[in-house]
Ligand binder design. Sequence first.
Ligand SMILES: *[C@@H]1O[C@H](CO)[C@@H](O)[C@H](O)[C@H]1NC(C)=O
Ligand SMILES: *[C@@H]1O[C@H](CO)[C@@H](O)[C@H](O)[C@H]1NC(C)=O
Ligand SMILES: *[C@@H]1O[C@H](CO)[C@@H](O)[C@H](O)[C@H]1NC(C)=O
Length: 672
Amino acid sequence: MATSVRSFLRTRGLSALWLLLLLAPTALASYSIGVGRADSTGPTAEIVFSFPPQVLRKLKTQFGDMYTARNVMISSTHTHSAPGGFMLDVLFDLTTFGFVRESFDAIVNGITKSIQRAHNAVVPGRIFITHGEVLDANINRSPQAYLNNPKSERDKYEYDVDKTLTQMQFIGADDKPLGAINWFAVHPTSMNNTNHLVSSDNVGYASILFEKMMNNNAIVGKGQFVAAFASTNLGDVSPNTRGPKCEFSGQNCSDQYTCPGNKEMCFASGPGKDMFESTSIIAHKIYEESVRLWKSDNTVEVIGPVRAVHQYVNMPEQSAEFYNETTRIFEEVHGCVPAMGYSFAAGTTDGPGSFAFEQGTTTSNPFWNAVRNFLAAPTENDIRCQSPKPILLATGRMKLPYQWQPKIVSTQVAVIGNVVIAGVPGEFTTMSGRRLREAIKKVMNDVSVDETSVIVAGLCNTYSDYVTTPEEYQIQRYEGASTIYGPHTLTIYLKQYQELVQAAVQNKPVPPGPLAPELLHSNLISLVPPVLYDTPRWGRNFGDVIQQPPKVASPGDTVTAIFVAGHPRNNLMTDGTFLTVERLEDDEVWVPVATDADWETKFQWRRTSMILGSSQVTITWKIPQGVKPGEYRIRHNGYYRYVLGGVYPYYGVTNHFQMKVPALSIRQRYYG
Ligand SMILES: *[C@@H]1O[C@H](CO)[C@@H](O)[C@H](O)[C@H]1NC(C)=O
Ligand SMILES: *[C@@H]1O[C@H](CO)[C@@H](O)[C@H](O)[C@H]1NC(C)=O
Ligand SMILES: *[C@@H]1O[C@H](CO)[C@@H](O)[C@H](O)[C@H]1NC(C)=O
């Protein structure tokens, strides 16, 4: 690819997967359950959180006061493979080109639509819970920080990351499977930050596999059964199981995760030969365990009332009590005004940063402090409060062009029988998640003799970065540097969630807390230029095929077709697709067998002339094992923007090609 040409690819329309539980159990073991999913993929080209208010406003127009901040929990995913520019705070948009309205709207609309669909699909049903274990699919990416937790506490656990996969199963009263939510602690960052594909990562791919199995191979995103693989305490957990290595030499990195070579990066990869294979391997490991759990009888039925509580909390104003293991003294501790430390800029081994910063930095540098003070200087109190974090960005003091990081966060708990789901507003590390689960179990054990399952639902409602334990914070790795309310962020949350659970089990209302300032997207800054016009090149039409697929193909081959195209941002094809692979059925009808949401397809758009506004798309299909023999073709759907105004649809189809499937195809495990 020429460097002057930005090129982007798409493999999959990301689906928002939201399962919804209505709060009206009629009999003990009968809940009202609806599942829904919708496409929330934003613009797929020329693009490198705080959705709940907008989602709730949309729901209110349709459902009145039925869905509120109290009973809607929105848990998101951290990935390098989705269109960026949708977080409402400046810092989170820095790596794209500011705020991208189309991305934001696509996500808000997708979430809202999935809830509407779940609402319309409500039936009586039952809920089951079960736990399994996935080994070799995750590692700790900041083991030095983990090791600073008290030894007596670490000794209670076999691993430095959680290996448990928790599955909630939703089954109709007529025994029809409705959906499943799986929680396994791993960052969906098998695809690294060089990736420009809009694509599922490990957990998204696992959900495609699970749904294909349950929905009889229906087109991705269209079957009735909904499977989610949701975020939990994944803060310090990486899927790149080969661990960190130096980019060129392949040697171990230094203790600060730097490499000797000139501009040589230290990053983690594996277990596959490239990021596609790694994503697939991790996805299959998680998927296989979730299927095993789904098919096993070793489940516990969830029985009892549904309760939800929610409270906004102004973090810098909070205080709590902390027992210091070293001094054996209870200290009164406080939240801090948000700030990011130096090690934040070093990035992680899942995505190294851009400048010469090192992880584990606890001293500051005069040059960067001058840059920082130009943006906003931290106060003496901020510096003391955040210690030992050296402040790189005093985000809580930065107001221009708008709020950099939130001070007010959403905290929420849902109790369903003996299952507690704690919706936390950030990425909790392994030990932070364990402490939260223990703290909540303590409250539950006081009121019930039954075994309680506590689930930490990560990245819920507000995004406020990472949450480490106070001990991990001392080491100032990336996660500690990104724990924005200071060393006792977790200490405050432990107290807060215990209070919420207490209120839920006693069925007592909690005050709503201070309202977060709402950022309106009319004020937000966007540097992404709009699409002006498209033209096909001389003598051509939109949809013309520039390169045809081969005449014959077989499983394992990759077929490629190139089309004259318009800009993909002209129409996001929400709930639709930019491409289909089609097979000719006996009755002379072409039926789709794959879309842009399939792992095996890639959609790559490229501007070929900036001045003429011409572009082309390359569509590839890696043919999976198990396809039927017959006649196939590839279709591309798109829209072009006419120079004199208006946006018009077009499509193109390739010549047919024949699928030859060897009679004795060796059944091999296929990792796409
Ligand atoms: C590299 O690191 C691994 C894991 O920490 C260790 O087992 C190995 O001995 C190291 N290799 C070298 C050459 O230092
Ligand atoms: C990302 O993965 C690709 C292989 O798929 C590799 O070539 C590249 O070096 C990786 N880059 C980073 C920064 O991890
Ligand atoms: C416990 O107290 C010691 C001594 O004051 C201090 O150095 C250490 O940072 C404290 N630990 C935590 C986790 O705050």
